[in-house]
Design a protein around this ligand. Structure first.
Ligand code: NAD
Length: 296
């Protein structure tokens, strides 16, 4: 069994991005600038945004973190997004999800200028992805594709079962895996909360991508010998042995499943760091595209 080490791969890719930024600046380009919006102080969201801002500093990007209280209205938040759209110094915009219940995430994402949509959540980005046109890919599925590519895992013709159909992970994952690209060309089954006989389906999978949000949901009896297992889940569970009283686990029961796999991602240190790579690559791309449009 080989661990798919997202921390290692992301460090390698980040080095490349850092060098790309140095070269880009040497050629007269300006620092890529990512603006992040955080509403409220949900601890998980704080941690995710914190990692993104830290990565910007490591890679020579500029970053701006805009924080708002949970009493901000949808209209006010959309105005803030519009200000970032109009700010010529900003290349990429991300709105950390989830937003408070009174704010429609869809409406806020729709307000982002697609040219700055570095999370790849805007309908224009998603539509282009579906059509196989160049665009910003959603950061998590993009990061998973980068990981598959790094390890040279054979995806073509394989049966991939994706568990979870969210717009930001499960559904775009099925599109990327099935595209006529390398990696890609897989035969993909999308499963979800209404899927019947899930274990029967996952047992047929050469590759499983678990994006459910339920701790240790995928158990050993759901996985065939030699499968590749990609665990997207990030769940905090109680653990009295830890100083903090809790720890992170994925959607896969790692201890039970890992011995059966050919490859598996750990949590933490698997998909999470790869998501940041996807975001950073998108932000550099946004900066380059903006500069080339300005030069026309
Ligand atoms: P979501 O809640 O939007 O979607 C969960 C999906 O799981 C739904 O489509 C639902 O149909 C499916 N599901 C629920 N119960 C099921 C069941 N019993 N059987 C089959 N399918 C079932 O979640 P999401 O935003 O896609 O996130 C999924 C997980 O991935 C979460 O733990 C989240 O924290 C994590 N996540 C991690 C990263 C990362 O960078 N590692 C990024 C995004 C999300």
């Amino acid at each position: 069994m080989q661990i798919l080490d997202g921390s290692f791969v992301s460090a390698h890719i980040k080095e490349q991005i850092k060098q790309d930024v140095i070269n880009w600046q040497a050629a007269g380009g300006k620092k890529p600038h990512l603006a992040a919006i955080l509403v409220g102080n949900n601890p998980a969201s704080e941690a995710y945004v914190g990692h993104k801002v830290k990565s910007c500093a490591e890679l020579g990007f500029e970053s701006t973190l805009l924080r708002f209280n949970t009493d901000i209205t949808e209209a006010q938040l959309i105005d803030e997004v519009k200000k970032l759209n109009e700010n010529d110094d900003v290349d990429g915009i991300l709105v950390q999800l989830p937003l408070p219940e009174h704010i429609s995430g869809d409406a806020v994402i729709l307000a982002i200028d697609p040219a700055k949509d570095v999370d790849g959540f805007h309908p224009i980005s998603q539509g282009k992805m579906m059509l196989g046109q160049p665009t910003f890919l959603p950061a998590t599925p993009y990061g998973i594709m980068l990981m598959l590519e790094h390890y040279g895992l054979d995806v073509a013709g394989k049966h991939c079962v994706v568990i979870g159909r969210s717009n930001i992970v499960g559904t775009p994952m099925t599109i990327l895996l099935s595209r006529n690209t390398n990696p890609g060309n897989a035969t993909v089954t999308l499963t979800h909360s209404r899927t019947k006989n899930l274990a029967e389906i996952t047992r047929q999978a050469d590759i499983i991508v678990a994006a459910i949000g339920k701790p240790k949901f995928v158990t050993a009896d759901m996985v065939k010998d030699g499968a590749v297992v990609i665990d997207v889940g990030i769940n905090r569970i109680a653990d009295a042995t830890k100083k903090s009283g809790s720890r992170l686990v994925g959607d896969v029961d790692y201890e039970g499943v890992a011995p059966k796999c050919s490859h598996i991602t750990p949590v933490p240190g698997g998909v999470g760091p790869m998501t940041i790579c996807g975001l950073m690559k998108n932000t550099l791309l946004a900066a380059r595209q903006k500069a080339s449009v300005a030069a026309e």
